[in-house]
Ligand binder design. Structure first.
Ligand SMILES: N[C@@H](CCC(=O)N[C@@H](CS)C(=O)NCC(=O)O)C(=O)O
Length: 225
């Protein structure tokens, strides 16, 4: 792409979905303007205009044109800035598999994860069960590999890496221990590998800040992480 591209990102610093896009932009070496959306107050007119359907962050605005939904944004970035490191493999079947796992991470990990910090009792227990079951599946998928796609950091890693700074919050508010080192050794080693990458290190907030932010949202009863 030409150097005069204008790239903006509407995000929220702790959002795992926005963090995906920040990591992706950094991996590709794309300069962008970051615009923080205050999710605790009224949504900005810009967000409402740029994502009128969902009114959610993240939204990537490329030369004035908005793209919403993090998984779609990642694919868009990969296509447009195809000269940088590829996020998706070239084989169509491998591509489909990578997108399957990105979808799995949202539906089977992030969504049940919400029950862990938003609810109590049976609903919370169900969330924890599903969350752990999904980690078991991801552990199996990752076994014997450095990254989900093999040797290189790609789409599934970008989609999953933001949760590295969320696990502490799930443990504290769900009153349980995930025990990565013993139960999920491949994920444990993968996390160490990921946080050594500049794109992840520079963008992931401290886990304690994430916990405090979720507590603040809970007090406002506005949870929609
Ligand atoms: N499926 C969407 C989820 C985005 C999402 O849930 N964004 C949250 C922040 S983490 C948000 O904007 N919440 C405010 C709201 O829904 O009103 C994606 O992948 O981008």
């Amino acid at each position: 792409m030409a150097g005069e591209d204008e790239v903006k990102l509407l995000g929220f610093w702790a959002s795992p979905f926005a963090l995906r896009v920040m990591i992706a932009l950094e991996e590709k070496g794309i300069k962008y303007e970051y615009i923080e959306e205050d999710l605790l107050s009224k949504k900005s007119p810009l967000l409402q205009e740029m994502n009128p359907v969902h009114k959610q962050i993240p939204v990537l605005i490329h030369n004035g044109r908005p793209v919403a939904e993090s998984a779609i944004i990642l694919q868009y970035i990969d296509e447009v800035w195809s000269n940088g490191p590829a996020f998706l493999p070239s084989d169509p079947y491998d591509q489909a598999m990578a997108l399957f796992w990105v979808d799995f991470i949202e539906k089977k990990l992030i969504v049940p994860g919400r029950c862990i910090f938003r609810s109590k009792g049976e609903e919370q227990e169900g969330g924890k069960r599903q969350f752990i079951e999904s980690l078991v599946i991801l552990e199996e998928t990752l076994k014997g590999k450095d990254y989900f796609g093999g040797n290189t950091f790609g789409m599934v890693d970008i989609a999953f890496a933001p949760l590295i700074c969320w696990f502490h919050m799930y443990e504290v508010l769900g009153e349980f221990k995930i025990m990565f080192e013993n139960k999920f050794p491949s994920i444990f080693r993968w996390m160490k590998r990921c946080i050594e990458r500049e794109s992840v290190k520079r963008n992931l907030p401290q886990q304690e800040r994430v916990l405090q932010s979720v507590l603040q949202f809970r007090r406002h009863s506005l949870l929609d992480a």
